[in-house]
Design a protein around this ligand. Structure first.
Ligand SMILES: *Cc1c(COP(=O)(O)O)cnc(C)c1O
Length: 373
């Protein structure tokens, strides 16, 4: 197993402080792995049932709470039945635990005793949680303005919080300086995280009776879900379990949509766009580091990138809550995306899968404000 920079064709050993290549590109992971129905450890009701397809270094003992295998349930959205994966039902209240359980298990196996990470909230809470379980020291950089509930959650796990006055990008900068001397447990840069989020694809496929959906609709900021889904479905196709890729549809908030803009312009990398605040704080990423990879993944599956308005996000959030699904506004972006997809992009009888990424209790303040409107 090794870390590779696909752009410069250079390799890095696993035990390195390099969190990107010398040329500044994101690193990927190369290793032999196999996903086959008969290799799934069906006695494990967690994502570790797919261990044969996960990056496991010598000495790995999974740092796990039995996470994963979230329900996939049918739900009518605008009179069309879609399949919805309830990924807000994770130990920390967001699907980020898929990535953290794999990444922190790897860090523990390497003997890492301290990590830094930067996040607008959910990834930080998730990494802090798994570090608490692993007995690893953890410092989380967050931008000022992050939901109070998320900050309290990170602090409660015992992580050190560094609140940065400035943008999300300033926050990354500060964490990356700290990462010169400490393991950078970044959900954006560390490819182990993406090999955890790929279990979303495995679970969807298994829960559909090893079928491929036609379209998978997910929110996108830094792309841990888009890229995870892409990796997972690619593994499944390579292993011959499925015979085609689903269309991957990424949804952004119109107020911060550099990938949608690049898709419209047919540009290779994220567009520089003006941004304004959005209810979808979890995906308000103006400069996604893996932007080119995200665009490639979406295009190669014949998917697309779409933007949804603040009104549509708010309406979808309230609508879901009224139907018993209390999700955070960031998560409602996917629902608003499904509505838009159904209006203009879907063909008849498509099997559409989406997911609800984050629990509403994380953003009770914002949801309270929506109810007052
Ligand atoms: C992280 C996150 C996403 C997706 O984000 P990416 O930046 O694309 O990885 C979606 N919803 C919630 C609630 C999140 O925390």
């Amino acid at each position: 197993m090794q870390l590779v920079c696909r752009k410069t064709e250079t390799n890095y050993p696993l035990k390195t402080l390099h969190w990107r290549s010398e040329a500044g590109h994101a690193l990927d992971l190369e290793f032999a792995n196999l996903i086959k129905p008969e290799l799934v450890d069906i006695h494990k009701p967690s994502l570790w049932r797919y261990q044969a397809a996960l990056p496991i270094v010598e000495g790995t003992v999974p740092i796990s709470f039995g996470e994963g295998m979230t329900p996939l349930v049918p739900l009518e959205i605008d009179d069309v039945q879609v399949q919805v994966k309830l990924d807000f039902l994770f130990p920390t209240g967001s699907y980020k635990d898929r990535g953290s359980t794999v990444m922190i298990s790897y860090a523990k196996a390497l003997g890492v005793d301290r990590v830094v990470q930067d996040s607008s909230g959910n990834a930080g809470a998730s990494v802090a949680c798994y570090c608490a379980k692993a007995g690893i020291g953890c410092e989380i950089f967050v931008p000022a303005g992050t939901s109070a509930a998320k900050l309290q959650q990170i602090a409660a796990y015992g992580a050190k919080l560094c609140v940065i006055e400035g943008s999300r990008e300033d926050t990354s900068q500060a964490a990356q300086e700290a990462a010169n001397s400490t393991f950078y447990a970044s959900h954006v840069w560390n490819p182990f995280f993406l090999h955890g989020t790929k279990t979303f694809a495995f679970e969807v496929c298994e829960q559909l009776g090893w079928q491929t959906p036609d379209a998978v609709i997910v929110p996108v900021g830094n792309g841990t879900l888009v890229l995870g889904a892409y990796l997972g479905f690619t593994d499944l196709q390579r292993a011959g379990v499925i015979d085609r890729m689903p269309k991957i549809v990424g949804v952004q908030a119109a107020n911060c949509a550099p990938l949608v803009e690049a898709y419209r312009q047919q540009a290779p990398g994220p567009a520089s766009v003006g941004t304004s605040p959005t209810l979808a704080e979890g995906i308000a990423i103006a400069q996604p580091a893996r932007g080119e990879q995200i665009l490639d993944a979406v295009r190669s599956t014949k998917g697309c990138l779409i933007a949804v308005s603040e009104d549509a996000i708010a309406a979808s959030c309230s609508d879901m809550a009224r139907r018993g699904l209390l999700i955070e506004p960031t998560s409602a972006v996917a629902v608003a995306g499904v509505k838009q997809y159904l209006q203009s992009l879907a063909s008849d009888e498509e099997l559409i899968v989406t997911l609800l990424t984050g629990h509403g209790l994380k953003a009770a303040d914002k949801i309270g404000k929506l109810l007052e409107q």
